[in-house]
Design a protein around this ligand. Structure first.
Ligand SMILES: [Mg+2]
Length: 175
């Protein structure tokens, strides 16, 4: 019942995803959630680590697409400093946005990964769409009210999937 929320990997932060490890896993394109995964509300310009990660991904030739449930206006404004492609109104946990991103990249599902901070939206969408996924720690704890409701539900799911708690890795390590 809870397996649809299970991520392939748990990594503490987006910027710890190493281009060589991604290549080893045959990952050729990365779909990434916006809020609390790529950037935090209190640091909209991104951290130096994030900027370095984006540069490393570009150099490695691994495209990154932001897949967000937010409006085009909001996403366009938010990611302007980073020069990334995006899909807005993605409707996660449904697969619409992931499908759009997949078509944009024209990379097969087995070579894609979705990175996000929420099991109920990001990871569920990835599992429904049939791609691997990486759960990351939310960048900040304080959040929008609708996310808070999701997080309450998410607590129940988390307890079932990770009964002894989540081990946040710095690498792609399979359990
Ligand atoms: Mg998020």
């Amino acid at each position: 019942m809870f397996s649809k929320y299970r991520p392939t990997w748990t990594v503490d932060a987006l910027y710890h995803l190493d281009t060589e490890e991604l290549a080893q896993q045959k990952i050729k394109g990365v779909l990434v959630d916006l809020d609390n995964t790529l950037i935090a509300w209190n640091n909209p310009d991104g951290t130096p680590e994030l900027l370095a990660w984006i540069a490393a991904m570009k150099e490695a030739g691994i495209p990154v697409v932001v897949v967000s449930n937010n409006s085009a206006k909001r996403v366009d404004h938010a990611i302007a400093p980073f020069g990334l492609m995006y899909v807005s109104r993605a409707m996660k946990p449904f697969t619409r946005g992931l499908k759009k991103a997949q078509q944009k990249l024209n990379i097969p599902n087995e070579n894609l990964v979705m990175v996000g901070d929420q099991l109920m939206t990001d990871i569920k969408a990835a599992n429904s769409f049939g791609i691997r996924s990486i759960l990351v720690k939310p960048l900040v704890e304080s959040d929008a009210w609708n996310t808070k409701i999701n997080r309450a539900r998410e607590k129940v799911v988390k307890k079932n999937i990770f009964p002894t708690g989540i081990t946040w890795e710095r690498k792609l390590i399979n359990d």
